[in-house]
Write a protein that binds this ligand. Structure first.
Ligand SMILES: Nc1ccn([C@@H]2O[C@H](COP(=O)(O)OP(=O)(O)OP(=O)(O)O)[C@@H](O)[C@H]2O)c(=O)n1
Length: 404
């Protein structure tokens, strides 16, 4: 089979392959970009596989980075883009079930494709558009099937994360998993406990971001894989609920964690702990906490102006998306956003008085000043005061007098 018109990303990377071939080695596009091109999907990274050994690759290019040289990977930098170029290899002795203890560089493309996870990921593409397909990956692509290359038991024994990859591809592509591959997952589920949780979660998030999340969740639950993910095993009922409930994939990572925090009914402390364990960025943790609170308010029909203000338009949109997915009562997003938009202010900076103004009016610097500003902020958001300088100054003085 031949692809007539290659996507731009491959054409841009062509000089790399041409240079390697001119030196007498073989080189091909491989991996997800080939699969996604055949499916008509946009491609992310162009990966190259070559018969040249890493030192031979490095000798051919001016700018390279040793991103994983012990496993044969060298990144070639070309006009601002990095291309991961990996020597054909076989892998043996996966003692820890996730990284090969020793790789053996080989000169044969077939041997290299033979060590890959699924047939749809074991295709190679030549620069003239020809597809090389030793393991019937094209048939499996056409028949929407995720099937291990060769013996599934061996594939999952080599790398237990592949079981999570199967589940996430099912969700991203709406493919069925081949029955023998499913059996392999059932047998090897316990090996998942050897994998770092954050790597499992990367796949889990990708699954919920996929367009058909229920499809992936169905396998995740039916094969019992969830039992071997420490953070998910206590939530069988909730995960089954999600499987039945989710209509489409979530739109971003914040939405995914907000959904999980809501469905698992986690406290703020638990969300914080969980996301920290998963080495998430602080901004994500904060956003999930705020959005989760908004989901809970939406489901209790108690969204007030202060909550709208604190949540902000971006997280309101996410909270609304999660609430709709869970079928709890949700306003249409425009309704929540309209209500947010007509608030008098959207941040403290928009208050018609500043700390400086309050000091000019005779209020002494110190905690009182901060209290007065917070009081004004809330009063204006809740529409008890107009956002006008004179009105706010008088209200601040009255507030502090009453407190004294
Ligand atoms: N555990 C793994 C991970 C990757 N691969 C192989 O390495 C390729 C590239 O892996 P990666 O970039 O992680 O995933 P993609 O398949 O490219 O998918 P995506 O980019 O959507 O994550 C895969 O296609 C597959 O051939 C594998 O055999 N086993």
């Amino acid at each position: 089979m031949k692809i007539e018109t290659l996507p731009e990303e491959f054409i841009k990377a062509r000089p790399i392959i041409d240079t390697i071939e001119a030196a007498g080695y073989a080189a091909y596009y491989v991996g997800g970009s080939v699969r996604d091109t055949l499916l008509g999907l946009p491609i992310h990274d162009v990966d190259i596989a070559t018969s040249a050994y890493p030192e031979e690759v490095k000798a051919l290019f001016k700018r390279t980075v040793d991103t994983g040289i012990e496993h044969g990977t060298v990144m070639i930098l070309d006009h601002g883009t990095g291309y991961e170029t990996t020597t054909f290899r076989t892998e043996s002795g996966y003692q820890d079930y996730r990284r090969p203890d020793s790789v053996k560089f080989v000169r044969s493309l077939k041997e290299d494709l033979n060590r890959r996870d699924f047939t749809i990921n074991a295709l190679a593409l030549k620069t003239d558009g020809t597809i090389i397909d030793y393991f019937d990956g094209l048939t499996d692509l056409a028949e929407h099937r995720i099937k291990a290359v060769g013996d599934p038991e061996k594939r999952f024994n080599e790398d237990a994360l592949r079981m999570m990859r199967a589940v996430r591809f099912a969700s991203q592509l709406n493919f069925e998993i081949d029955p023998e591959t499913i059996e392999g997952i059932k047998h090897h589920g316990p090996l998942l406990t050897k994998i770092a949780v954050e790597r499992i979660h990367v796949e889990f998030v990708k699954m919920l971001l996929g367009q058909w999340p229920s499809k992936g969740l169905d396998v995740f639950m039916a094969t019992g894989l969830y039992q071997y993910c420490p953070d998910f095993k206590a939530y069988q009922e909730q995960l089954n609920h999600l499987r039945d409930q989710l209509k489409r994939g979530l739109s971003n990572e914040t939405a995914v964690w907000t959904l999980l925090a809501s469905v698992f009914d986690l406290s703020w402390k638990q969300v914080n702990q969980l996301l920290k364990d998963w080495k998430s960025a602080n901004q994500l943790i904060e956003d999930v906490q705020v959005a989760t609170q908004a989901v809970s308010a939406i489901s209790n029909h108690s969204v007030d102006d202060w909550l709208l203000y604190q949540t902000g338009s971006e997280l309101l949109t996410i909270a609304n998306e999660v609430a709709q997915q869970l079928d709890v009562f949700a306003y249409e997003t425009p309704d929540l956003l309209n209500r947010y938009q007509v608030l008098q202010i959207h941040s403290k900076k928009e208050l018609a008085v500043s700390g400086q103004d309050l000091m000019s009016a005779g209020i002494k610097p110190g905690p009182q000043l901060g209290q007065a500003l917070s009081f004004l902020e809330r009063q204006v958001v809740e529409n008890h005061l107009n956002n006008q300088t004179q009105e706010l100054l008088s209200a601040a003085i009255k507030f502090l007098n009453e407190k004294a």
